[in-house]
Design a protein around this ligand. Sequence first.
Ligand SMILES: Nc1nc2c(ncn2[C@@H]2O[C@H](COP(=O)(O)OP(=O)(O)OP(=O)(O)O)[C@@H](O)[C@H]2O)c(=O)[nH]1
Ligand SMILES: [Mg+2]
Length: 217
Amino acid sequence: MNLFMSKTLVRYHSAKFLVSAPSIVGCPNDLGCEVAFAGRSNAGKSSAINTLTGIKGLARTSKTPGRTQLINFFQLDPEMRLVDLPGYGYAKVPRHIKENWGLKVSEYLQLRQSLAGLVLLMDIRHPLQKFDLQILTWAIHAGVPVHALLTKSDKVSKGKANNMLLNVDREFKHLDPTEELLTFQIFSSPKKVGVIDLKETLDHWFTSNFSLPTQNL
Ligand SMILES: Nc1nc2c(ncn2[C@@H]2O[C@H](COP(=O)(O)OP(=O)(O)OP(=O)(O)O)[C@@H](O)[C@H]2O)c(=O)[nH]1
Ligand SMILES: [Mg+2]
């Protein structure tokens, strides 16, 4: 019998850049467990990864939409990863690049066995756009859980944020009447709003899909 109390830990703060893949082919071995951050270009995916890990500059952020064009992997533990997916849906990006992004993301979503869950980032001022709904529909069919972050909540009033939460709640119940796969919360990277809730969801995905190293206290 183990006389020590043990505690599972996901070490977000020890995240390290692992590799950038131009497509599914360059992705690291499909082993262990990973959580991918998806969403429209400029929604705040890379910023959220930096806020979650507490490491400024880990994932490259930019005011120019379309900054993340590769699939970027960050390692937390040997077989635990965060994935920054290329953003979709920015109107000014040339068509051939858009199509290529769509292909990359859909290939990744369909083929990646170690994908334990998706964090879907949507700007709280305009959530649930066409591609967001496509990803949500795909995830429900594939049985992959999605946790939506309504980002940039620092840019709207409390009243507006609450309205948006109600809208998203209504749409999620419509898309997933079982209420098992879709969850959501508000988030702000600069104000660090929602970081604890995000960690709780990710802890759950990582620990229920992968046996973590335990730490003796
Ligand atoms: N006010 C505010 N700005 C944010 C927030 N999150 C991100 N930003 C800003 O939004 C811009 C885009 O953020 P990124 O994290 O680069 O967005 P992204 O989703 O990774 O974008 P792509 O790589 O183009 O797909 C940057 O100027 C960020 O500083 C937030 O919660 N609040
Ligand atoms: Mg990015």
